[in-house]
Write a protein that binds this ligand. Structure first.
Ligand SMILES: [Zn+2]
Ligand SMILES: [Zn+2]
Length: 342
């Protein structure tokens, strides 16, 4: 059957656009500095507009990924950040929403033209169990791909990730976990009890810094570690909205769901508490992420924030997937979005 005019036009458009789609690269050409990409701004609760937690920090043309929740590799791709540029993955803790996309991130990196080494995964004690498990789960896949495409293109030596654990720093202290060409990454413990260990990270590069809270309630350790940072990325949860979902679930007979959602309210900060942390730390800007629960209506953002801007003097954003917070060494903070190109 002959193709319709519409399909022939579509084919010609896509043929013309394909080189710019395949060649798109959000990383090359970024100014020297720290660039913080929000890859997933959601939580384990299904949210059509937010992926599970993942932040990519871009320094020069190197990418450091903090947590790799489900959907991370797909969103990195939509943001035109080639997984082959990932130097290291850093895990804050081992909740499923922070590790569920690790296998796919490693796979996408492995098959990238840019990759010539195995992926290092740093984390507190326990990281080896997670990485060993993923390596085992993907071991057969790796043999198929090398057999099919050839070791020259998908080198089996780079298929499996390498886990490296670091000790959790004592209360009030930080640990240097990575130093690389002007970049310093330190870890500090936060409070996500009963889950432990959980660490946040501070990235410093040529006078600029960003602090990523991980999952935590209001934490003095975090406030100390985030002192004078250019940008604090903090998790937050709305107790009012989450309890509404919990109570409705229980009323409808979903007892386990109601119980689990109610339990979650005690181990994340609220938006006003995240703002308090930013204020006390003297952070110059605050982006709130790990949004719980999902906000299907735009006007619910105000309910979620619950007056947080009154707790903090600096600029405050509710992060969205694709957001890029740029901290060039020349100063300032620019916000753009690599998916919407706003
Ligand atoms: Zn968690
Ligand atoms: Zn989480």
């Amino acid at each position: 059957m002959a193709r319709s005019l519409r399909s022939r036009i579509a084919l010609s458009i896509i043929r013309r656009k394909l080189p710019s789609i395949i060649g798109a690269d959000a990383v090359a050409g970024l100014e020297d500095g720290l660039h913080v990409a929000i890859v997933g701004s959601g939580s384990p609760l299904p949210d059509e507009s937010r992926g599970n937690p993942c932040v990519a920090v871009i320094v020069g043309e190197r990418v450091y990924v903090v947590d790799a929740g489900e959907g991370s590799s797909e969103t990195l791709n939509r943001m035109n950040i080639d997984a082959g540029r990932i130097e290291t993955v850093l895990l804050t803790h081992f909740h499923s929403d922070h590790i569920g996309g690790l296998g796919s991130v490693n796979l996408q990196r492995w098959v990238s033209d840019r990759t010539d080494s195995p992926l290092r995964v740093l984390g507190p004690p326990g990281v080896d169990r997670v990485v060993d498990g993923y390596n085992e789960a993907y071991a057969l896949d790796a043999t198929y791909r090398t057999a099919h495409h050839g070791a020259e293109y998908v080198d089996p030596a780079n298929a499996a990730m390498i886990a490296e654990s670091f000790p959790v720093p004592p209360d009030g202290e930080t640990n240097l976990v990575l130093e690389d060409d002007g970049l310093r990454i330190t870890a500090f413990e936060v409070d996500h009890a009963p889950v432990a260990p959980v660490v946040g990270f501070r990235f410093e590069y040529r006078g600029r810094s960003v602090v990523i809270s991980a999952d935590t309630v209001y934490s003095d350790n975090l406030v100390k570690a985030a002192r004078d940072t250019d940008l604090l990325i903090h998790d937050a949860l709305s107790i009012e909205l989450l309890m509404m979902v919990s109570e409705t679930s229980t009323e409808l007979g979903f007892e386990a769901r109601g119980k689990i959602l109610a339990d979650v309210t005690d181990y994340h900060a609220t938006a006003p508490q995240a703002a308090d942390a930013a204020q006390r730390a003297g952070a110059k800007a605050l982006a709130i992420t790990h949004i719980v629960p999902p906000l299907p209506l735009k006007a619910l953002e105000e309910v979620f924030l619950d007056g947080a801007p009154n707790h903090y003097d600096g600029p405050l954003w509710l992060a969205a997937d694709g957001d890029l917070y740029s901290l060039p060494t020349t100063g300032g903070l620019k916000v753009s979005n690599l998916i919407r190109r706003r």
